[in-house]
Design a binder for this molecule. Structure first.
Ligand SMILES: [Fe+2]
Length: 411
């Protein structure tokens, strides 16, 4: 017994080659690095080996960006080649978001905000993978048996490397040092008294508009899944940095909530893994579910979206697979996020399931057995799982075999 489902593998920042800075408690910067780097296994490699040995077979793989570190194109190439080796046949649906660390700042241009992304898409195209969103959003429909979704990839790194000018003032001394340290190119040094370079996360306004109008055209049975590198909600850990959060994240959030439907928003970047839900009272079906992936060295998320027999996405289960200190990867948590309120049942459930809903309502607060329903002449076992997603019932022993289930109407 299982509802139709869509499985998404969400992989966070990789920062290839991905050493774990916490792996060795080094108090001696002068210690031989060759030996020092071999004292613990490479954490990223541990997780990749796990992914290669287990057969998850997702319907799609989403990479949240920051495949490389500090814009190193060779690291970017090596990382993609490793991903291709690990996932082999599952690569037919892969979507890669651009991360701020993927961008080579020396390619930033005052005249073209997008030119700096061209080498990354060249690498992707050369490997016959679906193009990354840079100058426009990328839409990738995902349709399978009983499930429909559309991946909407947005470029949140347009502002990576843009300048903030010092108008009629000299930069603070510390900032001069900071700018010189981060951006060593000689041609930039001569200018550093006039500007600082920022990492400003930002969407292009036209991309937001295009994403909104595409989602608006999709039927409610199609789940929009927005993919971008940066977090749309401010991160929990205070970050003392100028323009460190998406400068038009509020606008993006408002656009998505205005669509009055459940939308998944997947991101990375913050190296933390919160799951958060935003809704707005004026739009009763609005529900923006943001899911952050941890850096790959810590693990990955497997998302399973389940659909009703009438084809509507009902909710998402996020399985957090995390690397343990002992060196293995295991499922650390399972979070269920529902897309609808109990009052939406008639909009998204089939007539058969609604009949079972009425049967449940007739039992009052009494706990009953799975067989009580089938004996009543209603024979549609998946309906209980659908009612559970709507928050209408609780299955106290869902991990057991269905014929053993004990069911109770939700309080
Ligand atoms: Fe990042």
């Amino acid at each position: 017994m299982a509802l139709p489902s869509l499985k998404l593998l969400q992989i966070g920042d990789i920062h290839w080659p991905g050493a774990d800075p916490r792996g060795v408690d080094s108090k001696d910067a002068g210690f031989d690095p060759v030996l020092g780097n071999r004292l613990v296994p490479n954490a990223t490699q541990v997780v990749l080996r796990h992914l290669m040995s287990e057969s998850y077979h997702p319907d799609a793989i989403v990479l949240m960006g920051d495949l490389a570190d500090k814009g190193a194109i060779t690291s970017y190439q090596e990382c993609l080649d490793k991903i291709i080796t690990v996932f082999g046949d599952d690569l037919f649906k892969i979507l890669i978001a651009c991360g701020n660390h993927d961008v080579d700042r020396s390619r930033c241009s005052d005249n073209d905000l997008f030119q700096k992304f061209d080498p990354l898409n060249d690498v992707i195209r050369h490997r016959s993978l679906p193009e990354m969103s840079t100058r426009a959003p990328v839409f990738l429909p995902l349709t399978g048996q009983g499930h429909q979704a559309i991946l909407v990839s947005l470029n949140s790194c347009m502002g990576c490397g843009v300048k903030r000018r010092f108008i009629n003032q000299r930069p603070p001394k510390a900032l001069e040092w900071y700018t010189a340290y981060r951006f060593r190119a000689m041609d930039r040094r001569k200018d550093r008294s006039r500007f600082e370079e920022l990492d400003t996360p930002a969407f292009h306004g036209d991309h937001l508009l295009a994403a909104r109008s595409q989602i608006q055209q999709e039927a409610l049975s199609v789940l929009p899944i927005v993919v971008a590198h940066h977090n749309i909600l401010p991160q929990e850990t205070p970050r003392l940095m100028a323009y460190g959060e998406l400068v038009n994240g509020g606008l993006a959030r408002s656009y998505l909530l205005s669509l009055d439907r459940p939308i998944l928003y997947l991101h990375g970047h913050i190296h933390e893994d919160p799951i958060e839900v935003v809704a707005t009272p004026g739009k009763q079906h609005s529900r923006l579910i943001t899911v952050s992936a941890p850096p790959l060295r810590d693990g990955f998320n497997m998302l399973t979206v389940e659909y009703s027999s009438s084809g509507y996405p009902l909710g998402c289960r996020v399985d957090s697979w995390r690397r343990e200190r002992g060196g293995c990867v295991s499922k650390a948590a399972e979070i269920r996020v529902r897309f609808w309120e109990p009052g939406d049942a008639s909009a998204v459930l089939s007539p058969q399931t609604l009949a079972i809903m009425r049967f449940v309502a007739g039992r009052g607060d009494q706990e009953f057995h799975f067989s009580d329903i089938t004996e009543s002449g209603l024979d549609m076992p998946d309906s209980l799982l659908e009612l559970e997603w709507l928050g209408l019932i609780e299955i106290t022993n869902r991990q057991g075999a269905p014929y053993l289930w004990l069911v109770r109407r939700s309080a």
